[in-house]
Design a protein around this ligand. Structure first.
Ligand SMILES: Nc1ncnc2c1ncn2[C@@H]1O[C@H](COP(=O)(O)OP(=O)(O)OP(=O)(O)O)[C@@H](O)[C@H]1O
Length: 341
């Protein structure tokens, strides 16, 4: 693995205009100023609650959505506003896997045709022919190559996701954005698909941006983790740092909700009170401050920058972040529940 990033994202922003008739009535600040890198062969998890901007980010990365501001570089090339022609070769290197495997597969096409489609669209003629390459891909994702002529409805949810993965692999991409790839699957199947992705990542040297709300799944798969809250990254770092030494209060609260996390030491499960504010009118300063037990005046007036702590790779956007400390009893913005572990 080199230190040169495969993907370099700076200030990435997406604001959706809200209209009533012809009148613009506001802006949904879905994603606001994200900075992160993905190195070749690395898995970066993007985690956070529903509505924090994960999907919007993933769709901007593969240019299914046009960013409002900021930049995306892929292998040193600025692709933020790449046009159709420039995007064509990029489509081979950058693929996306969607959450709902069924909705993303054409029910009237055979599996063979679905997986062959990217090869055909890009005019790629594999040495042994398209059918042999598709069968090889089906085998690679653990499907029976003999099922080439079957239709999506003949497969289970987990198998359908494998078809989506085979399709994403057809062009030998360097980076796959996986948007909640297992959250629509039965829990018993989730581990199998995550293990498949992990094997593929290892064997093919693929990089992943893995979008998930489930921190347990991310811990299993990702080497680095970025935690999002209301359109911003509040903490980013290596898996061990995030899971064992979380510094942002929001990361601590999210982690404490995982049943088998035992490393919070004294205290218990941190249950945040109140709702996530609307991205139409996010709080000033730190967006998490309205639910944070550490918030003070400065949190309302100054937006905390995402800065590395102790000169390391872990960066936290908080004026008062500190590892190891948990609130006690009923703190402002949070209730700490004693849980038997
Ligand atoms: N096309 C759109 N127009 C207006 N608002 C949008 C649009 N797409 C997303 N949003 C809003 O942007 C915010 C971020 O949405 P996004 O889907 O990226 O979040 P998410 O973290 O992926 O959530 P989920 O896990 O529920 O998919 C949400 O408030 C959402 O309602």
């Amino acid at each position: 693995m080199t230190d040169q990033p495969l993907l370099r994202v700076r200030g990435l922003t997406k604001h959706f205009p809200v209209r009533q008739g012809l009148r613009s009535t506001g802006l949904v600040q879905a994603v606001d100023g994200l900075d992160f890198d993905v190195r070749p062969g690395e898995t970066l998890g993007l985690v956070g609650e529903s509505g924090c901007g994960k999907t919007t980010t993933g769709r901007m990365l593969v240019r299914l959505l046009e960013p409002t501001a900021g930049s995306i570089e892929f292998e040193g090339r600025d692709i933020t506003h790449a046009g159709r022609r420039e995007l064509r070769p990029l489509r081979q290197d950058l693929q996306i896997i969607f959450q709902d495997p069924y909705a993303s597969l054409n029910p009237r096409h055979t599996v063979g045709r679905i997986v062959a489609m990217p090869l055909q669209v890009n005019g790629i003629k594999p040495p042994g022919g398209i059918k042999a390459r598709v069968q090889e891909l089906l085998e690679l994702v653990g499907l029976n190559p003999e099922h080439y002529n079957r239709y999506p409805h003949e497969f289970s949810g987990g198998q359908r996701q494998r078809i989506g993965i085979a399709r994403a692999l057809a062009l030998r991409p360097k980076l796959i954005v996986a948007d909640e790839p297992v959250s629509a699957l039965d829990v018993s199947i989730q581990a199998q698909v995550v293990n498949l992705l992990r094997d593929l990542q290892r064997d093919l040297g693929l990089a992943f941006v893995f979008i998930a709300h489930d921190l347990a799944v991310v811990r299993h798969f990702c080497q680095r983790v970025a935690v999002m809250y209301l359109g911003r990254i509040v903490e980013i770092g290596d898996r061990a740092d995030i899971y064992e030494r979380p510094q942002h209060p929001y990361t601590r609260a999210l982690l404490s909700a995982i049943p088998d996390v035992t490393r919070l030491g004294p205290g218990g499960r941190i249950r945040l009170t109140g709702d996530v504010p609307t991205p139409l009118d996010p709080p000033s300063g730190c967006r998490f401050r309205t639910r944070c037990w550490k918030a003070q005046d400065i949190c309302a007036t100054e937006e905390p920058a995402l800065v590395p702590r102790d000169g390391g790779e872990q960066a936290t956007a908080c004026h008062f972040s500190e590892a190891g400390e948990v609130p006690t009893g009923d703190a402002a913005g949070a209730i700490v529940e004693e849980v038997a572990r």
